[in-house]
Write a protein that binds this ligand. Structure first.
Ligand SMILES: *Cc1c(COP(=O)(O)O)cnc(C)c1O
Length: 440
């Protein structure tokens, strides 16, 4: 494992950070608690590469947890943002960029109307409120291992940092707030049918990640999302498809481009974030016109935001989406496929049982198992100690992976042959470290 002295600047920043911030970070998984060691303090980034405070350059497979679809500091995005910022950073009035971004989202996705917010958490929170307002019902169905931001009612059996840190849920959330949340196993049609049989006329909505990416990557089984859509429709409930991670990443639209668009159905509401902000705090929710019409000021369901639709953030998102053409998605998919093959063959060579799971260009590894997993119980059977060893060996070789086995790896359109070479050079030793790892 690494020594502190290899990262003296990051260590100094971390020492300062813990004096002034809980755990030294502003989002839990960044703290490296699951893998140990000193979190790297990054000072700049370009394309597929990150640079830390000690001057080390890393190939980035986190991409700011998803937003950096084009890679870091894309020159056209930076130019557009700089120009927008020079004209003022926030007006507190409507402005053209938010309209153009909304038009782009409406053109790419199955939403009729869209409302901008500033984080994915706000998007799902607002979508749930709207679904409850529209249906006049209170219960919400979610799936174990799916993460929808840190919304009180949705933190029950959530993925991402909640599972990384082994938290059972979270203190500070009154029991009555989660009493209306029904948590079901992901991909389990029978459980959904049973929940609707028992509570059908009380369920406001089912919220699901369009494809799960916060327990590692777990695809919906073929037809599962369509089944959710039909089941909701049959019971007067709404389907909320959370595309905060997958939106504008796995296809031009998101995961809906892989199932709903082909199968001829659409979610009632969708949530977006990450890519649509181009690295700035911008997110959105949208959907059916008759449902969205209930939002204030056109309807009675209240929702608002001081910085919502911010002109600089909207410009970053809009420029990113305009540059994300078919060629960019083809590059992402191609690079991801090559990287997955490299990872898999290195692990095979080292004798590490594994499954590489992907949804489009998003992927992660299930450690120590040989069959794909389809739900949270499945991914929890994996051997995370192998990832800890693998993670540190990759980091030492200059590849920055998510500091948790329960997170997706993200690639960008800037990931090129040099990036693949870095992967290929780093993998054999990391795979051997994973093979040699023993449980803590
Ligand atoms: C990241 C994420 C969120 C939360 O978004 P924030 O901007 O971090 O609040 C919600 N849902 C999914 C599927 C996500 O991946």
């Amino acid at each position: 494992m690494e020594t502190m002295s290899s990262t003296p600047q990051s260590q100094q920043w971390f020492d300062r950070a813990v004096q002034v911030s809980p755990g030294g970070v502003n989002s839990p998984v960044r703290a490296f608690r699951a893998v140990g060691g000193t979190p790297r303090f990054m000072t700049s980034a370009q394309g597929a590469w990150l640079h830390d405070a000690d001057g080390t350059r890393y190939l980035d497979l986190v991409g700011s947890w998803g937003p950096m679809l084009l890679g870091h500091a894309h020159p056209e995005v930076i130019a557009a943002v700089t120009e927008a910022a020079s004209r003022g950073t926030s007006f507190g009035t409507p402005s053209p960029p938010e309209v153009e971004l909304a038009e782009e989202i409406v053109a790419r996705t199955p939403v009729d109307l869209v409302r901008m917010v500033t984080s994915g958490t706000e998007a799902t929170m607002s979508a749930i409120r709207l679904a409850r307002g529209f249906t006049g019902r209170t219960r919400v169905v979610k799936f174990a291992g799916c993460y929808h931001g840190h919304v009180d009612s949705l933190l029950a059996e959530a993925g991402s940092g909640v599972v990384t840190l082994g938290l059972p849920g979270s203190p500070g959330i009154p029991a009555h707030v989660t009493a209306d949340t029904i948590v079901l196993p992901y991909n389990d049609r029978d459980a959904v049918t049973a929940a609707f049989a028992e509570h059908g006329d009380e369920i406001a909505c089912v919220i699901t990640e369009a494809a799960a990416g916060n327990m590692g990557v777990v695809s919906p089984l073929p037809g599962f999302n369509q089944f959710l859509s039909e089941t909701c429709a049959a019971h007067g409930a709404l389907l909320v498809s959370d595309e905060v991670m997958t939106g504008f990443r796995v296809t031009r639209s998101g995961h809906w481009g892989l199932d709903g668009a082909q199968e001829g159905w659409r979610p009632d509401l969708l949530t977006f974030g990450k890519v649509m902000g181009g690295g700035f705090p911008a997110a959105a929710f949208g959907g059916r016109a008759d449902v969205m019409a209930l939002l204030a000021p056109s309807g009675p369901v209240y929702q608002a935001g001081t910085l919502a639709g911010n002109p600089v953030a909207s410009t970053a998102g809009l420029t990113t989406l305009r540059l994300a053409d078919d060629a960019a998605y083809a590059r992402l998919d191609d690079w991801s496929a090559q990287a997955r093959a490299l990872v898999s063959s290195a692990l095979d060579d080292a004798g590490v049982p594994h499954v590489v799971q992907n949804v489009g260009s998003m992927f992660s590894v299930v450690w120590g198992l040989t069959e794909p997993v389809h739900d949270f119980a499945g991914v929890q059977r994996q051997e995370t100690h192998r990832y800890t060893a693998f993670f540190h060996a990759m980091l030492d070789a200059g590849v920055y992976l998510p500091p948790s086995a329960y997170e997706s790896w993200f690639v960008s359109a800037a990931h090129d042959d040099e990036a693949l070479t870095r992967m290929a050079e780093a993998l054999p030793a990391a795979a051997r470290a994973a093979a040699a790892a023993t449980p803590a």
